[in-house]
Write a protein that binds this ligand. Structure first.
Ligand SMILES: [Zn+2]
Ligand SMILES: [Zn+2]
Length: 167
């Protein structure tokens, strides 16, 4: 099993036991912004909670087809933007300006990074591991000191070509 699958597994295990807890947190986040947690927004959160990697809009709407509810594309765009504004989702700029979404790390509690393929456009989650995260932590402290800037999080994506595209 690959690293990214392990992250997906952990995330799904975490969320399976606490899907109602997740919905509570999301409802609270939306409430803080005066937004309602509608049926379609709940469905979007559930689709992204079940995903093993960040999803594009078309993947999200296709995932919605299997359910008894449907996700109109126009309102899906708006709902995803609102969920992002409320800190529920994180938006990733993928290759070719294709946008992808995932649950925010604040919600999942699972810090991770991304491998972004410019060949086929896939984006995979992966974890750097303790040693490398610690090295980044050291760099963050040095940067905070040197630039007098309070760093609250880091976002590091690695861009290149996946094994399929390298051929
Ligand atoms: Zn690729
Ligand atoms: Zn990190």
């Amino acid at each position: 099993m690959q690293v990214r699958d392990l992250i997906g597994e952990r995330l799904r295990e975490n969320l399976k036991s606490s899907l109602s807890e997740l919905h509570e947190l999301v409802a609270r986040s939306l409430g803080d912004y005066g937004q309602r947690y509608t049926t379609n927004r709940r469905l979007l959160v559930e689709i992204l909670a079940a995903a093993t990697k960040p999803l594009g809009i078309s993947e999200i709407t296709v995932s919605g087809l299997g359910s008894d509810r449907n996700l109109p594309v126009s309102s899906t765009y708006r709902n995803l933007a609102i969920l992002e504004e409320c800190g529920v989702l994180r938006k990733l700029a993928g290759p070719n300006e294709q946008v992808r979404y995932e649950l925010s790390e604040e919600l999942t509690g699972i810090h991770h990074h991304h491998l972004v393929c410019y060949g086929c456009g896939r984006v995979d989650d992966f974890s750097l591991g303790y040693k490398l995260e610690k090295a980044i932590g050291d760099a963050v402290r040095a940067i905070s000191h040197e630039y007098n800037f309070q760093v609250t999080e880091h976002r590091v994506d690695f861009v290149g070509r996946c094994i399929v595209c390298v051929g």
